[in-house]
Design a protein around this ligand. Structure first.
Ligand SMILES: *Cc1c(COP(=O)(O)O)cnc(C)c1O
Length: 524
């Protein structure tokens, strides 16, 4: 907000240059159509303004023992409509899977059926407290146990640890199980092998567990190079961390051989299961020789994520690892369900989390599984793979698929279709925003130059995909035209904020508001 000398608000754009490309038109007051410019809530607050009328407190004796706050509380003073408008305006600046195609590769942004939400809010489930006596939560424990049963069946694995709170947390759990198993046999090892295309959480997890990470190169067709892998094997290798389908959207065809190779040197096979959506109901990871794999419930089994809710990353474990689990876990016998909170076997590595896992996510995931059934889940994988191949095949003449042949559930392009246009992957992605789409994942995986990773998921209709494809193609064609670079370099035009300084925002985030005179950056 700008104030003139008399303290009156000035009209920031009254004399602005209204020329320029689409969206360069400046309005008088700063709003853009029905999209409102929105100052921080603190900038709108006035001391003393309040949303409720409360009677002044009667003269009561001070009972704070001298701990009464000395300064102002520092909250903005606002009326109720101001608060409502503030948050509604902010919510309208969000893009969401409920608004349109969200093609963010590697993240499996699929529709979250409202049935899941309804069930998660059932009073008997939504109002549970994790410290309730066991006898009063038998249904909840049965639900966790039933979900665990589905996960074991779908993966062909004998055990599952339910408590990890996200994919990365599941990786940590899996590696801690592996480390506990190695230590139990008196064979602490040092090295973890991970493909160059691995998601960043894989090497980060390995490092967090005290391992060094040794990258395995890929072949020209985007898969693990078996010869390079063989050369890296040794008695100090604790495990390999492999993603399948991998982050290039390709199925690792040699996965059985990889399993045999790692087992032959006494190491474990960790699989990053974030891409399970492509194979759920079709392939059981247990049949592929995997020892541990996390499942992102918030990806494969719907449930909101990406700012919309917590994750959940249960880890399935093989026979070799099934005793090295985190606490607590659910067991049941003739007397009902019981939470094992104390280590009875001496093999558990301890707790991952304060309580028992993300209950709300468990409910949503089980609702999703039960409403699809086994055959429906298989269809999910088939439709997700079909949708990605439809996108890839529909664009392969104007964009450049990174690898030959069909893909799994994500279509990966490199930036060679933009060669000599002056348009970069980033420019292309920014132009998608003006077209009403959240961009796809860009510059990941790192092994592909200027990567664009598109994951449509099974929940998009053919109409939605056709419109998205039309835009992808149109932008690719526009990039080839003369003067295209100028247009792309300026995109996006139709948004409240154009290009942010992402490096500055990441390196020097302004996370706390201070009054304008203290902090120039915060006021901007
Ligand atoms: C999403 C993802 C992860 C991490 O999962 P979070 O739930 O975000 O912690 C790990 N690996 C791959 C391949 C992923 O796509």
């Amino acid at each position: 907000m700008m104030l003139n000398k008399q303290g009156r608000q000035t009209t920031p754009n009254a004399g602005a240059d209204n020329s320029g490309p689409a969206g360069g038109y400046a309005t008088i007051g700063g709003h853009k159509g029905l999209e409102h410019e929105e100052p921080l809530i603190f900038e709108q607050g006035e001391p003393g303004r309040c949303g409720v009328d409360l009677p002044a407190p009667a003269n009561v004796a001070e009972r704070l023992g001298g701990l009464r706050r000395k300064g102002a509380i520092g909250l903005p003073g606002l009326s109720e409509p101001q608060v409502i408008r503030h948050f509604v305006r902010l919510s309208r600046k969000n893009y969401a899977i409920d608004m349109g195609v969200f093609p963010l590769g590697s993240c499996t942004m699929k529709h979250n059926p409202r049935l899941n939400e309804k069930l998660a809010r059932l009073k008997g489930l939504g109002d549970l407290h994790p410290m309730q006596p066991e006898s009063t939560v038998q249904g909840a424990l049965a639900l966790i146990d039933e979900l665990a049963g589905w996960l074991k069946t779908l993966t062909g694995m004998p055990a599952v640890a339910m408590s990890p709170a996200a994919g990365a947390h599941g990786e940590l759990c899996g590696l801690m199980s592996i480390r506990a198993a190695l230590i139990a046999r008196g064979d602490a090892r040092k090295r973890i092998l991970a493909p160059e295309s691995a998601h960043g959480t894989n090497p980060a997890t390995a490092a967090m567990c005290g391992y060094t990470v040794d990258p395995i190169p890929a072949t020209a067709d985007g898969r693990v190079d078996l010869e390079a892998l063989r050369a890296k094997l040794g008695p100090d290798v604790a495990a390999i961390m492999l993603t399948n389908p991998n982050t290039c959207g390709l199925f690792e065809r040699d996965i059985r051989q990889v399993a045999d190779m790692i087992h032959s040197i006494g190491g474990f096979f960790y699989c990053d299961g974030a891409n399970f959506n492509a194979i759920v109901g079709k392939v059981r990871p247990g049949d592929l020789g995997i020892d541990a794999m996390h499942i992102n419930l918030h990806k494969t089994f719907s449930t909101p994520h990406g700012g919309g809710g917590p994750g959940s990353g249960p880890v399935v474990l093989s026979d070799a690892l099934k005793d090295f689990v985190p606490l607590p876990y659910v067991i049941h016998d003739a007397n009902g369900y019981r939470l094992v909170e104390q280590d009875e076997s001496g093999k558990s590595f301890g707790r991952m989390k304060g309580f028992h896992g993300q209950m709300g996510m468990f409910i949503r995931a089980l609702a999703y599984m039960l409403s699809h059934g086994g055959d429906g889940l298989k269809r999910v994988a088939e439709d997700a793979v079909l949708a990605a191949n439809y996108v890839m095949a529909s664009c392969d003449d104007v964009m450049s698929p990174a690898f030959a042949g069909p893909c799994m559930h994500e279509a990966l392009f490199d930036d060679s279709f933009l060669k000599d246009t002056g348009v970069s992957t980033l420019d292309y992605a920014k132009a998608l925003i003006d077209e009403g789409y959240h961009p796809m994942t860009v510059y990941f995986p790192l092994v592909v130059h200027g990567a664009l990773l598109v994951e449509p998921t099974e929940s998009e209709s053919k109409d939605a995909l056709d419109h998205f494809i039309m835009v992808l193609r149109g932008l690719a064609e526009r990039a080839q035209s003369k003067q295209a670079a100028d247009y792309f370099h300026g995109a996006p035009y139709l948004v409240p904020r154009r290009r942010l300084d992402e490096t500055q925002a990441a390196r020097k985030p302004v996370l706390r508001w201070k009054p304008a005179q203290d902090n120039k950056a915060a006021a901007e």
